[in-house]
Design a protein around this ligand. Structure first.
Ligand code: ZN
Length: 663
């Protein structure tokens, strides 16, 4: 073992193999997943630091002016999906976005600003009487089309986004005070007065975030101007309001207002927006987390995850490490003590139990999809600070098990993710729902490329196994990743263009793989492979045509439900497995939910969990097809990856009747 010095930072790792190959130097280093915090971050106080304009494209994804020290995403335009399930799912999502029209999206914004609109309004949470109206139409929609434009070059959706930004700018001008919303300021007055109101700042945040995405990802400068006007209105709104009253108001869900405002501060180099961001800080939520105390029981999950994303961005922009401690502790606690095997959390949208006690919490209303979306945003930010593979393992788990599969062929999304036995997937209606999860869903399925590759200095991190190409123009480096993962247990990376320069390619060796994992460079097996749950660093002068082949064997394993060792889920590699319990509804109100509701009416009680017959109750039938058999006391059941469940009723947890577990 020796200390590996790189760019002024000492990284403890074991170098297992060093050899020279045809003039190329190559080092294979094995890093431990417990290695943490190898980036020396400044702990300077809360002074505002600004990104350079060139870094804008990665700003919202977590970079800052010290991007060369941190592990940061590539600009979305640098990565393109190859053929496969992710490209297919992104296309379905784009078709759904394409089905929406700008006049209908802008209808309530125009009426609120006193501008005539004869468009037919959308329904559900976007009906002209709903207090959340505008959250999707002027918010998530803008984020999603901006993402689709940046990740797939979708010029049609970009033009629609530009039209909506133009419409919002017109409304703002008519309003005359910076305010932009699809509902009048009366709802914000209700918030001040303590009257019942849904979540006005939550909605306002979505619109600001959509505008910033249109600016950062597509270069629409009008969008930035509108967002600035909106921020200035917020600052004026809080004038004369006492701290005590403001804290009372913050008990009402406000989304990621702090995140959007700190991002705006960094983008514009204006301190005033950082000051406004701090108006959205709640000591009652942040202080226990800073002290590493889990006081989450009783809190609403999706109200609070965005606050942590805001804290993470506050750390990145100000350097104040307290924010980092809050975000890291929160993420670790939720993932290790409050999450299900799909990689998401919550029941009835809340944390209803003490930490580590999920017994009895399986139902229809598990794991709101928005929460997974927001946790994944936090995971990729925290990964950038630490390089710890576990955050990318967690990201992969959520992506395969509770993001893929939550969209149907029409591009419609799920809200809850039922985890009790005998339930099925249900989706929103095309034009009469517009849930929060519709919104985060259209964003998620437009940004599959954003976490596949990260970079640090001249090095590349390969985080996810998704067919894709990376074109790093500034470095002249192109990498093509070919894989049918997870139907293929591994991936191949081919360097298709590279300057003669020493650089390290870090590839994730996931925690779920086995000691038989193998890595080949140009067909030659490396003698050492990093431990599962870490990154393998391969350093050499890469040349055109070089290949890295990863073989990542999957195996069956089980995980108990936290707090109940007699209830187990079966997994294969990163995939949660589900038992097929027969045909569920294929259409009708049990399958497609219209209106404001998010749960099918007349929902039956769940089935009892299938009882496992014997210790090794799940066996592989065809690893390539990802088909398995489950031995239940009631008989044999087909078992498949949860993400491939479509219309079937299913069960992901099994009851161990005799107390034995699969080894
Ligand atoms: Zn939601």
């Amino acid at each position: 073992m020796r200390l590996y010095r790189r760019e002024g930072h000492e990284v403890a790792c074991v170098v297992r193999q060093t050899f020279t190959e045809a003039g190329s130097q190559q080092e294979i280093s094995m890093t431990s997943h417990s290695r943490r915090a190898f980036l020396k971050m400044s702990a300077a106080g809360a002074a505002l630091r600004f990104v350079t304009p060139a870094a804008f494209t990665s700003l919202l994804a977590g970079a800052d002016e010290r991007g060369s020290e941190r592990i940061v995403p590539f600009p979305l335009s640098a990565v393109r999906l190859g053929s496969g399930i992710f490209a297919e799912q992104a296309e379905m999502n784009a078709r759904y976005l394409d089905s929406l029209t700008t006049d209908r999206l802008l209808h309530s914004f125009r009426l609120t600003a006193g501008i005539t609109s004869s468009a037919k309004p959308y329904g559900g949470w976007e009906t002209p009487t709903t207090e959340l109206r505008g959250h999707f139409n002027g918010g998530h929609y803008l984020s999603a089309v901006a993402l689709a434009s940046a990740t797939a070059g979708n010029s049609v959706l970009k033009a629609r986004g530009d039209e909506v930004v133009g419409g919002l700018a017109q409304c703002q001008q008519k309003n005359g005070n910076g305010y932009v919303s699809a509902f009048p300021t009366a709802l914000f007055e209700h918030l001040q007065e303590g009257k019942p109101v849904w979540a006005p700042f939550y909605t306002y945040h979505k619109i600001m975030a959509g505008l910033l995405d249109m600016y950062v990802l597509t270069g629409n400068t009008d969008a930035l101007k509108v967002a600035e006007g909106m921020a200035q209105w917020v600052n004026g709104y809080f004038e004369g309001i006492s701290d005590e009253q403001r804290q009372r108001m913050l008990r009402t869900e406000y989304g990621g207002m702090n995140e959007s405002l700190v991002n705006l501060a960094a983008l514009t180099k204006k301190q005033q927006y950082l000051d406004t961001a701090k108006l959205f800080e709640q000591p009652s939520i942040l202080d226990p987390l800073a002290a590493r105390r889990d006081e989450l029981k009783g809190l609403h999950a999706n109200t609070n995850v965005p606050k942590m994303i805001g804290a993470a961005r506050m750390y990145e922009v100000t350097g104040d490490r307290r924010y980092r401690r809050i975000a890291e502790y929160f993420l670790e606690e939720v993932l290790t003590a409050r999450s299900y095997a799909i990689g998401n959390t919550s029941l009835d949208e809340h944390w209803t139990t003490p930490a580590g006690e999920l017994k009895g919490s399986l139902g229809w209303t598990n794991a709101e999809c928005c929460v997974a979306y927001n946790l994944m945003k936090l995971e990729r930010l925290v990964f950038g600070w630490t390089g710890d593979a576990r955050w990318m393992d967690a990201y992969e788990r959520a992506m395969f098990n509770c993001r893929l599969g939550t969209q149907n062929a029409q591009g419609l999304k799920q809200y809850f993710f039922p985890l009790a036995a005998g339930y099925w997937r249900a989706y929103h209606s095309p034009e009469d729902s517009f849930w929060c999860c519709t919104g985060t869903g259209v964003e998620e399925f437009a940004k599959f490329t954003d976490t596949i590759y990260f970079r640090r200095g001249g090095d590349v991190y390969v985080n996810q196994f998704i067919a894709s190409t990376l074109d790093w123009k500034e470095e002249g480096l192109k990498i093509e990743q070919s894989t049918k993962f997870p139907h293929e247990q591994g991936t191949t990376l081919k360097i298709t263009s590279a300057p003669a320069k020493m650089r390290t390619v870090h590839v994730r060796i996931p925690a779920w793989t086995t000691a038989a994992a193998e890595v080949k460079v140009n067909g030659r097996p490396l003698e050492a492979v990093a431990d599962p749950g870490s990154y393998l660093a391969i350093r050499r002068v890469w040349r055109d045509g070089d290949t890295i082949s990863l073989s990542l064997p999957m195996e069956l394993r089980t995980e108990p439900l936290d707090g109940d060792d007699s209830v187990l889920a079966a997994l294969y590699g990163p995939l949660l497995l589900a038992a097929d319990l027969g045909a569920g509804p294929v259409d009708g109100p049990s399958k497609i939910i219209s209106g404001r509701g998010t749960v099918p009416e007349g929902l039956p009680k769940p089935d009892a969990l299938p009882k496992a017959a014997g210790a090794n109750w799940v066996t592989a039938e065809s690893a390539g097809e990802l088909r398995f058999k489950g031995a239940a006391e009631s008989g044999s059941l087909d078992v498949l990856p949860m993400y491939e469940v479509k219309d079937q009723k299913y069960a992901v947890y099994w009851q161990m009747g005799d107390g034995k577990k699969q080894s």
